[in-house]
Ligand binder design. Structure first.
Ligand SMILES: C[S@@+](CC[C@H](N)C(=O)[O-])C[C@H]1O[C@@H](n2cnc3c(N)ncnc32)[C@H](O)[C@@H]1O
Length: 166
């Protein structure tokens, strides 16, 4: 699976996980929507959840920008837009926060759901907290990866949301 990033460049460059992935040639950065190739766009505002039914694509696209600017209108690039289901961030900035993943976590979560766990491990290995993401999300990632489609993924996600509300 190719990893592409629409790189906005408005976040702290020192902490930017997309830049680090690009430095290690694990992802390609694109400065404009036009230059960003078509693929599955990881978009937290999307109506459809990512599921194994999306595994026939060969490109994942994330938008690397600060969470303050990550509004719906920012996700204008062409592609099949998908939201990641309930997963918890493990990075030091947003540790424990559901849904607000950084770029490498979003790619890794998506790769696991699409059946490419080794690729997920490879990109997370570049971050000293990276493995914690797979540990924290081990059960939901395994369950989402066994789903057939987006409806099934949303059903499982609901179990985690209900458990959190208790
Ligand atoms: C807002 S940026 C923040 C990146 C951060 N500056 C970094 O250094 O990694 C994170 C990106 O990951 C993807 N992402 C994160 N959480 C997501 C979710 N719940 N559903 C879909 N995509 C998500 C989106 O492409 C989002 O724009």
């Amino acid at each position: 699976m190719e990893l592409h990033v629409r790189y906005e460049g408005d976040d702290d460059p020192e902490k930017c996980t997309a830049r680090k992935l690009a430095r290690f040639e694990k992802a390609a950065l694109h400065r404009t929507n036009r230059a960003t190739p078509y693929g599955v766009v990881l978009n937290p505002h999307a109506d459809t959840a990512l599921s194994p039914a999306d595994a026939d694509h060969d490109r994942l696209v994330a938008l690397d920008c600060s969470w303050e600017t990550a509004e719906k209108a920012m996700f204008e690039m062409p592609g099949d837009h998908r939201a990641l289901p309930f997963l918890v961030a493990a990075n030091p900035v947003n540790y424990g926060q559901p849904f607000q993943l950084n770029t490498v976590e979003a790619f890794a979560g998506a790769l696991c759901i699409l059946g490419e766990r080794e690729h997920a491990e490879e990109i997370l290995a570049k971050f000293n907290w990276g493995h914690t993401f797979l540990e924290l999300n081990d059960e939901p990632l395994g369950r989402y990866a066994e789903c057939e489609n987006s409806t099934d993924v949303v059903e499982i996600q609901q179990e985690y949301l209900d458990a959190g509300a208790e």
